[in-house]
Write a protein that binds this ligand. Structure first.
Ligand code: ARG
Length: 621
């Protein structure tokens, strides 16, 4: 669509674009049209720079406080009494066509938009732009890498990976909506001695048939069995029990097992590039990826690149160690190499960069991988969506890269998150993404069946149960600030009441049904007379719809999905209050057209928000 659509709408109303402050986007964001107008007029009165006023204009927490609000202390004016000035300036403000009311409130001034201008601009803009409503070209020409999910092959896909997947999927979409070129990378845990162990285990316990059918679960099964062997052999030798400890993570010196020796040898061969060994390993990797691709697709996620710890070139890691050696920062401790990062930041401590047998580590692989990615993509920003348990790990390798003199290291960002408590399925504590999705779907199906009348009308209940179930899991995850821990609650998240995924789906499908039941055409909606929308709830709705582009912008400032979710719920609450008042059925045609256009626009914004979160909005449920 042409960039001047909003300008075109304004001219139909006999208005022109107010002069634009440089950081404004009045061709995309209607709030910026109003902000420009207010900044201009307010700066005339106060002599404060327009751009400063523009930045000081905020969206209030509740609609009662206006559409925009300015806290006078934010203008940094010396020697004024903000309470007095708020009154004085409110009176002097020339409202013109854009503003209907200016109210002083303590040190604040509240601005209310002229509703008739607002209705015309917003409803038309949403109906025209459709899925593009909310797009802001802030990142055009810039590239961001988002690394997320990053599970470990042959190990459970735990709650941390689930959160990384969900949050990372959202962040990638968010940057796309802001015009960035987004590269989605999955960095698999696909290297290390555990693959030697897996290969040895597969000889003993593997089944080609099961591998083809369900590689992820089968490899895990094999992995558990072979780990047990190592444990038992070790116990026989030492008499010690190490219940529940992963053999690959045990202290090497304590493991006295022939299986473990074989695994080590196998991994050694892999590191040396032995083709036969790598062939076995790459088959495990490829089959797992194939399966993952399907599972991610259920969550509307696809990757540009399946990278992994195995993909990091040796010499990039060796380089890092060498540079630190040259700077005299490396200590040797019992044959292993350590670097001391406390010189740069006390909290970062000392860290191992090379094992005594010369093999690489998780940390050095991250260093090498970041270099490789920069060489490949020349990114402007790279985001790692990784649990907060790895805060130190990320801070360490970011610092290492910085000390290696890479200027781009300042553009690395760790988006962290808290833990999920109590996530388990009927099958037990070990959770794979697929099983979680399967179980939520079954649970959702049970809830849906309780309303047998509605259930009978749904064409493909299985599909709907799946989509609504996925929203239940995702919304539960997105709801609070990402850094907080939360408890995984089956009943709570699958409920249709309260702020849940199913409730959001319900709100969307209800709006679809309002539209289905009416015979008003798109053209009638586009030419509707919005002056007929006089009810306060209609105004609340449109005043909330106009905020959407800024909500996206705000969410990107702190990479916070909860910002979008909170907004969507408040929008759903307002529209649910409208149903009792703003009827469409049985109304005069022009009234019905105006109301339906408003509902249509609301549905679109809910749809846009849901797809931004990677949910699939359903039309019936
Ligand atoms: N595979 C790792 C794990 O499961 C997560 C990887 C996070 N990303 C990274 N670049 N280190 O703990």
């Amino acid at each position: 669509m042409s960039v001047s659509a909003i300008t075109g709408e304004l001219s139909k109303l006999g208005l022109t674009q107010p002069e634009a402050v440089k950081q404004s986007l009045p061709d995309y964001n209607i709030v910026d049209v109003f902000k420009n107008f207010i900044a201009d007029e307010f700066s005339r009165i106060t002599k404060v720079d327009k751009s400063v006023v523009f930045d000081a204009l905020d969206t209030p927490k509740v609609l009662d406080q206006g559409d925009l609000i300015v806290a006078l202390p934010r203008l940094r004016l010396k020697g004024i009494n903000p309470n007095d000035k708020a009154k004085e300036w409110s009176e002097q403000f020339q409202k013109g066509k854009f503003v209907s009311e200016v109210k002083p409130q303590g040190v604040f001034i509240q601005f209310f938009f002229n509703k008739s201008v607002l209705f015309d601009l917003v409803v038309n803009d949403v109906l025209k732009r459709k899925t593009e409503y909310g797009y802001l070209p802030l990142g055009v020409g810039k590239k961001v890498i988002v690394e997320f999910s990053s599970p470990n092959i042959a190990k459970p896909f735990h709650a941390g990976h689930l959160r990384s997947t969900i949050i990372g999927g959202f962040i990638s979409n968010l940057y796309e909506k802001l015009g960035w070129d987004v590269i989605r990378i999955n960095y698999l845990g696909d290297w290390g001695k555990q693959f030697g162990l897996l290969a040895v285990g597969f000889e003993k316990y593997g089944s080609e048939e099961k591998l083809a059918q369900d590689p992820i679960n089968h490899l895990f099964e094999v992995y558990v069995k072979v780990n047990n062997d190592v444990r038992n052999e070790t116990n026989e030798a030492t008499g010690e029990s190490q219940e529940g400890v992963d053999a690959s993570e045990q202290d090497e010196k304590k493991i006295q097992s022939s299986t473990n020796e074989q695994a080590k040898q196998f991994f050694r061969r892999m590191e040396d590039g032995d083709e036969a060994a790598l062939k076995i390993w790459s088959r495990f990797r490829d089959l797992s990826i194939e399966k993952y691709i399907d599972t991610y697709a259920r969550l509307n996620i696809r990757y540009d690149n399946y990278s992994g710890e195995s993909q990091v070139p040796q010499e990039l890691m060796k380089n890092a160690t060498k540079q630190f050696e040259e700077k005299g920062l490396v200590h040797i401790d019992r044959g292993a190499k350590l670097i001391d990062l406390t010189k740069f930041n006390k909290k970062l401590g000392k860290t191992l960069v090379e094992k005594s047998d010369g093999t690489s580590l998780y940390l050095t692989r991250d260093v090498g991988e970041a270099v490789r990615r920069y060489e490949t993509y020349k990114f402007d920003k790279m985001i790692y969506v990784v649990a907060s348990q790895q805060d130190l790990h990320c801070a360490q390798f970011f610092e290492i890269l910085k000390q290696m003199g890479f200027d781009w290291a300042k553009n690395l960002e760790h988006v962290n998150f808290g833990m999920v408590q109590g996530m388990s399925t009927r099958k037990g504590n070990v959770v794979f993404l697929d099983n979680i999705l399967q179980e939520t779907k079954e649970k959702m199906h049970e809830v849906m069946k309780k309303n047998s009348e509605k259930y009978a009308q749904i064409e493909d209940p299985d599909k709907i149960a799946d989509l609504v179930g996925i929203s239940a899991v995702m919304i539960q995850d997105f709801q609070s600030k990402r850094i907080l821990n939360y408890e995984f609650k089956w009943d709570r998240m699958t409920s249709f009441e309260g702020d849940t995924g199913p409730y959001l789906q319900y709100a969307h499908s209800r709006l679809c049904s309002v539209q289905r039941k009416s015979d008003i055409s798109d053209e009638e909606m586009e030419n509707a007379n919005f002056d007929l929308l006089t009810e306060p709830c209609a105004a609340s709705l449109v005043r909330t719809l106009v905020q959407y582009p800024d909500v996206i912008k705000r969410a990107s400032n702190n990479n916070e999905p909860s910002t979008v979710v909170t907004y969507l719920f408040s929008l759903c609450h307002i529209v649910s209050q409208c149903y009792d008042i703003l009827w469409v059925a049985g109304q005069e045609r022009d009234v019905a057209a105006a109301r339906l256009a408003l509902y249509r626009a609301t549905r679109q914004v809910i749809y846009n928000g849901m797809t931004l979160l990677n949910l699939t909005p359903v039309e019936r449920m």
